[in-house]
Design a protein around this ligand. Sequence first.
Ligand SMILES: [Zn+2]
Length: 544
Amino acid sequence: MRGALYLRFRPQVFSELVGQDHIKKTLLNALKENKVSHAYLFCGPRGTGKTTTARLLAKALNCQNSRNGEPCNKCESCREINENKALDLIEIDAASNRGIDEIRDLREKVRVAPAKSKYKVFIIDEVHMLTKEAFNALLKTLEEPPKHIIFVLATTEIHKVPVTIISRCQRFDFHLIDLKNLRDKIKKIAQKEKIDLDNDSLDLIVRKARGSYRDAESLLDQLSAFSGQKITFEMVKNILGLPDFEEISELGKLLIERNYQKAITDLEKLLDQGEDAEQLTLGLIDFFRNCLLVKIGGKDLTGEISDDELKVLKELAEKISDNDLLKLIDLLSEAILQLKVTEIDRLPLEVSFLRFCQERIKTTDDKEAKEIDRELSVISQIKSKLPEPVKKVIRPVREKIISKTSSGREFSSDKKSQKIGSDSLNQIKADWQAILEEVKLANHSIRAFLQAGEPTHLDQNGALMITYRYNFHKERMDEIRNRTVVEKAIEKITGLKVHLCGEVDADKLLKTNNSRNITAQHSQDEASADITAVFGGGKIIDNC
Ligand SMILES: [Zn+2]
């Protein structure tokens, strides 16, 4: 059954294509004005409509009654393509036909005139899979194309396609489909298929497909094959392997209470039972996001989650500050990134749990020694109970704290010492990326905090002002240990001896960086802005 919906609902005209408006427009214009190129390269993620568009192009080119560039779907040529009978549309999957023989065969076919249409169209899917020899042979064809031939090359991995090929083609970049468009499309299909699909299930399917139209459709297909005409939220969660609200809220509650020991034990249990680390992390992010929404009253969640769930969220939201919720979301978002590069799937979550629990201990300059003692005792208390992978992470952290600097790495200045001058700030700005990289070598998370700010002012005495959008980042960077790491990195890269100061001024950042669309005049605005910042791509809930 899988794939059936995808074929049945394949767009038959350009206007039915979901998203990719820039490509539709350009192609329709070229068709209308008869200025079609002889070779196209369609690149972009899977499931975004590359081959569908290629087939539409073939159909429109050979349609006998095309109107405004659109194929009629009634003439003989259109019907043959729709029924997969067209002799002049040749589709090649390069993944399974990647050798020189296949391309030689293709070159033979190129020489022969179309059987009955105006154009012979070759669609080569996953073109990056071709061998070097095959690419060379293809290049020769592209260099001297017969008039009646159109090539459409499609790829998900453009970097593997030789530049010589790319330069011969008109290139179109397909983007992931935005969630609202995807949601509308899937909703329409469900309605046409008379599938009973509630909004929660629809949201989940769309979110899970992450911008891939094909993935969203095949998920719907799978679900309806499994359950018939009624799809329930529970069923979607089960099939997608998503954690229960209960499991997530229990973990969330432990974190809010800063009960790291139990949080980590429970986490281990869930993972051992086969829960997926990424889904758990996403579930937690979603949970704390909802907590924040409940807390600041930014959005009415009625209808999106059940009354019981809302009640739990409200109770827990009472027990935690906005700032702490943002910290949790930040840490968990970092965990999602880390999950992609780590081999131990549970590690990023464990680390983010621990980091959050350590957050309780704020270090201010004059109290530093006392705070370090507290920090150490907290760590040693929990250390004995931790699983081995986490111990490995804790050990260096502990050593860093003992040496009173977060850097385990010695900086030695590459540059001769420089005097602060009128151009020094510009020099620091110009070297900012290199400085961030240097800081990252010493400590990954300091880089993450520093990156949230920008150097905005340097006075003659060497006081370098870093402006942040959020207090959370400034607070972290105010810690002496973190400042020292950055100051040493700046000295190493630029030869300038500066001391770091911090301020929170979102407006100033707005002025220096117009691309950031953030206003933060009131705390509520600030919190919504933070949500936008954290969930840049999270259009799904806001738009629905
Ligand atoms: Zn037609």
